[in-house]
Design a protein. Structure first.
Length: 368
C-alpha cells in the first residue's frame, strides 16, 4: 500500500454514468486505504449529491469553463490551503483548468482520458492516464508525449454482478414476455451510444425484444422511432436505474452499439454478470470483448451486423459458453480492486517522486 496522500478530484460531470460510477468507486476505495480525497464539483448536480450522501469532502464551486478566473482562483486556494499532493482531473475543460491550477500550486496533475477524443485538453497535464490501450494510442498520435501516458482499466466489482435479481420478476416489471429473446442495452440516450441502430435491427426481426435502460436527450427520438415502426410492444424503456443489475437480469444478451467509447463500464458489468455481449468495434471495446470468445464485435452504425451477431446468440448453448468465458475474463483481468490498486500505486509514486524532485521512470510502452 502507498504512503497516505491527499488528492483532489476535479470534475464537471452533471450526471451519473460510466465515468461517474468509476469516480465513486475510486473515491470510496482511496478513502478506505487511508488517503484523503477532496472533490471540486458542480453545485446541485447528481454526482455532487451522491458524493455528499456518501460523506465525501465536496467543494461544489466548479464552473465548466476552461478559463473561468473564479474557479481557477478558488482551486489554487483549495490546493494550497489543504496541502493537496496531486490533482486528478476529468471531463474536458476540467483537465485544462486543473492543469493550470496545479502549476500555480506547484503540484502534479493527472488527467484521465475516458474516450478516443480530442487530445488538446491534455497537453498541459503532468501525466495522462488512458482507460484503454487504444485510447492511449489515439492521444499519442495527436501529440501527447508517450512518456506522460499510462493505461489504467476501469475495472468492475465482479462479486456484485455475480448475483442478479430473479429473471422472471424483472421481466414482469419491465413488460418483457417471459419466453422472448431479449437484448439489453444500458447506456445514456445520446447519439454516440447508437441505440437507434439496435432499434433498426429490431425493426427487421419481428420477435426480438429490446430493453433500454438509461435516460438522456435522445429518448424522445427513440420513442418516436418505436411509434413510427410499430415497435411499442417490443421495445421496453426501463428509465434510469440505480441498480443496472435489474436490467441485466431481464435480458439474454447485452448490446452496446456505440460509435465512440473508451472502455465501457456497461460491457464489463454485463460480462461480470455472465452475459455474452455484442458491441461495436470502437476504441477499447475490443480489449474487453474477444470476438467469438466472450461475445461478438461488429462495425459501428451497422444494424444488419448487429442483427446477425445477435442471431448467433439465440442458441442457448452458444450464449452460455460465451457468457461463461466473459465472466471468467472479468474476474481474472478486470476485477475493480486490482485495477484501483494499480492506480493507487501510480499516484503514490507520482507524489513521492515529485516531493523528491524526481520524474517517474519511463512507463511500460506495451500499448504503443
Amino acid at each position: 500500500m502507498s504512503q497516505p496522500f491527499r488528492i483532489l478530484e476535479l470534475t464537471g460531470s452533471n450526471r451519473i454514468g460510466g465515468v461517474e460510477t468509476y469516480l465513486l468507486r475510486l473515491g470510496d476505495f482511496l478513502q478506505s486505504r487511508g488517503h484523503e480525497v477532496l472533490w471540486a464539483t458542480r453545485e446541485g448536480k447528481a454526482l455532487t449529491r451522491e458524493l455528499q450522501a456518501r460523506g465525501h469532502d465536496v467543494h461544489p464551486f466548479y464552473r465548466a469553463s476552461k478559463w473561468n478566473p473564479t474557479t481557477l482562483f478558488r482551486l489554487v486556494q483549495l490546493l494550497k490551503s489543504r496541502r493537496v499532493d496531486a490533482i486528478h482531473t476529468h471531463i474536458f475543460a476540467a483537465n485544462s483548468i486543473g492543469a493550470r491550477a496545479a502549476r500555480l500550486a506547484k503540484i502534479p496533475s493527472i488527467a484521465r482520458v475516458p474516450a478516443a477524443e480530442n487530445a488538446a485538453p491534455y497537453f498541459g497535464s503532468t501525466y495522462v492516464t488512458a482507460v484503454s490501450k487504444n485510447v492511449a494510442r489515439h492521444i499519442a498520435a495527436q501529440g501527447v508525449a508517450s512518456e506522460k501516458i499510462r493505461v489504467f482499466y476501469n475495472g468492475v466489482e465482479t462479486a456484485r454482478f455475480a448475483d442478479l435479481p430473479e429473471k422472471e420478476a424483472m421481466r414482469a416489471r419491465f413488460g418483457v414476455p417471459q419466453n422472448a429473446f431479449c437484448a439489453v442495452c444500458a447506456a445514456s440516450f445520446t447519439p454516440r451510444k447508437g441505440q437507434k441502430f439496435l432499434l433498426e435491427a429490431a425493426k427487421n426481426w419481428p420477435d426480438l425484444h429490446v430493453l433500454l435502460a438509461g435516460e438522456g436527450g435522445e429518448e424522445a427520438a427513440l420513442r418516436a422511432f418505436c411509434e413510427t415502426h410499430d415497435l411499442r410492444n417490443r421495445v421496453h424503456f426501463a428509465g434510469f436505474l440505480r441498480d443496472v443489475r435489474e436490467a441485466l437480469a431481464a435480458g439474454d444478451a447485452f448490446v452496446l452499439p456505440s460509435s465512440l467509447e473508451g472502455l465501457p463500464n456497461a460491457v464489463l458489468e454485463a460480462q461480470a454478470a455472465g452475459m455474452a455481449v455484442v458491441a461495436t468495434d470502437v476504441a477499447g471495446t475490443s480489449e474487453i470483448v474477444r470476438d467469438g470468445q466472450t461475445g461478438f464485435l461488429v462495425p459501428p452504425r451497422n444494424s444488419a451486423a448487429l442483427a446477425d451477431a445477435l442471431g448467433k446468440l439465440r442458441a442457448g448453448d452458444v450464449r452460455r459458453e460465451l457468457g461463461k468465458n466473459a465472466q471468467k475474463m472479468a474476474r481474472d483481468e478486470f476485477e475493480s480492486a486490482l485495477c484501483l490498486e494499480k492506480f493507487e500505486r501510480f499516484v503514490g509514486e507520482v507524489v513521492t517522486n515529485w516531493r523528491n524532485g524526481r520524474a517517474l521512470a519511463p512507463a511500460d510502452s506495451s500499448w504503443q
